[in-house]
Design a protein around this ligand. Structure first.
Ligand code: NAD
Length: 462
């Protein structure tokens, strides 16, 4: 495959610049974080516009889920980076006396970040914060499926940041493949498992470490909540966790709900009321719910509803508007478990409700499927909480809320199994883009002779 001049030149320049050591200083790192904060501050309106153009995102949602999160993350790194960089003293066992030990975090080198289209600003800039805090040189490849955001980032990043060390390369699969032919010191990928395996195979050729931030089907478990106001709040948070972020096009959005059969009609009634309260009588006219990103994804979602048994399970919504790339918030009750809507990540505004006899069955239900990126559970039952925590596996577990874990910098964010591996956010991002080097200081005295041959009788008896 022919490699474009842009790709080759960019990687060559970055490697040359990284070798100068300039990106390693705390001053450089802090200046870049400040530059990023200026970039976000000065271009907030342009970002709102681009997010609206690509996804129909409302500015408040755009601020809550993307721009505000980037600011928070950059401010956090700015105040902590010096502490994170400081060598950490390590206790050395007496056996090695006299010695001192420390762990040094060093940048990995030149790193590549692939981002996804659903949070095109956040998912490009948040990993960037980790990469520059750790002192790396970076290429960002924004998703071509959010073209307005991709071109905005390509336009503004060089104006604010050190363009010797941070570059944006735009393009589709062909550019991605060219980028993957280069040698990187780390690839940070957000996207689908299908492309992740292409990325990982390419990375394997150079033994490049990867972080894979993927998706999956995130369940929400709804237990008995005897207090009606708890039940209503849980239902509200389910609506927020399904349709709130990007109209369901979110890796940590709720994919389906598990509930006991006897509670399902009460749940559906409350969900309908909340949907109406949030998005009005005619959601297609609502300005607060995002659009489907493009025709291809719109058709993919419509196809999920075409299966006659799935169509028959729709109990709310179901209308689609191709011209506006809009799909109404849709609830399905017990679609067949072997239908595509229950075997593939939905990534859109369709919410299956799966009924169980006993809520404890949710553990087996989840465990019989690939490990999800997140599990949400609305319950006050400590035994059920324990079972969910210790008998299931997922990137994260959140009790009695949805999505909030993404914005909490003190928790690691990442998947497990098919939902990915590696983690980031806050200090975890810094660690993801650093190598922890072990350093041991010894002295040139106090020799232990039995270390060395010949192991004669005298030495062995020593
Ligand atoms: P995708 O895999 O199609 O694309 C992701 C990135 O890979 C893009 O930058 C794209 O340009 C690039 N790419 C496309 N083809 C490529 C190829 N042949 N070789 C190398 N790179 C290529 O994913 P998407 O449609 O952008 O995102 C949807 C998926 O991402 C969902 O599965 C979702 O759950 C997941 N996701 C995960 C997170 C997370 O933080 N865990 C966040 C958002 C989305």
């Amino acid at each position: 495959m022919e490699i474009s001049w842009e790709v080759e030149e960019a990687t060559r320049e970055l490697r040359k610049y990284f070798k100068t050591g300039r990106t390693k200083s705390v001053t450089w790192r802090k200046n870049q974080l400040r530059a990023l904060l200026d970039l976000v501050h000065d271009n907030e309106n342009a970002m709102f516009e681009a997010l609206h153009q690509d996804l129909g995102k409302h500015p408040v949602e755009a601020y809550r889920d993307e721009i505000g999160g980037v600011e928070k993350s950059a401010n956090n790194s700015l105040s902590c980076v010096e502490k994170w960089m400081a060598p950490k003293k390590s206790n050395i066992p007496l056996l090695f006396f006299p010695a001192k030990g420390e762990v040094l975090s060093e940048p990995l080198g030149v790193v590549l970040i692939f981002s996804s289209w659903n949070f095109p600003i956040m998912l490009a800039l948040d990993p960037l914060i980790g990469a520059i805090s750790a002192g790396n040189a970076v290429v960002i490849k924004p998703s071509e499926q959010a073209p307005a955001c991709s071109s905005l980032l390509a336009n503004i990043i060089p104006r604010y940041m050190d363009s010797n060390a941070v570059k944006v390369i735009e393009g589709g699969a062909d550019i991605c493949e060219q980028l993957l032919l280069q040698k990187w010191d780390k690839i940070f990928f957000t996207g689908s498992p299908r492309v992740a395996s292409i990325v990982m195979s390419a990375a394997a050729k150079n033994l490049t470490p990867v972080t894979l931030e993927l998706g999956g089907k995130c369940p929400a478990i709804l237990d008995h909540l005897s207090n009606p106001s708890d039940f209503k709040l849980a239902a509200k948070r389910i609506v927020g966790g399904k349709w709130g972020p990007c109209s369901g096009q979110a890796c940590i959005g709720i994919d389906y709900v598990l509930v006991e059969e006897k509670l399902s009609s009460a749940l559906i009634e409350v969900l309908k009321k909340v949907i109406k309260r949030f998005y009005g009588d005619n959601p297609v006219e609502s300005k607060v719910i995002s659009r489907i990103v493009n025709k291809q994804h719109f058709e993919r979602l419509c196809n999920l509803l075409k299966d006659p048994l799935v169509a028959a399970s729709i109990i709310h919504g179901g209308s689609v508007d191709e011209e506006n790339l809009f799909i109404e918030p849709t609830i399905l009750l017990d679609p067949p478990l072997d239908s595509q809507i229950m075997t593939e990540e939905i990534f859109g505004p369709l919410l299956p409700i799966i009924t169980l006899n006993k809520i404890q069955e949710s553990i087996e239900f989840i465990n019989s499927r690939p490990k999800p990126l997140a599990i949400y559970a609305f319950t006050k039952d400590d035994t059920l909480k324990q079972k969910i925590q210790f008998e299931t596996s997922s990137g994260s577990v959140v009790f009695n809320d949805t999505l909030v874990q993404f914005l909490c910098d003190t928790l690691p964010f990442g998947g497990v199994g098919l939902s990915g591996f590696g983690r980031y956010h806050g200090k975890y991002s810094f660690d993801t883009f650093s190598h922890e080097k072990a350093v041991m200081h010894r002295n040139l005295y106090l020799e232990i002779e039995p270390r060395y041959p010949p192991w004669n009788k005298f030495k062995l008896e020593f």
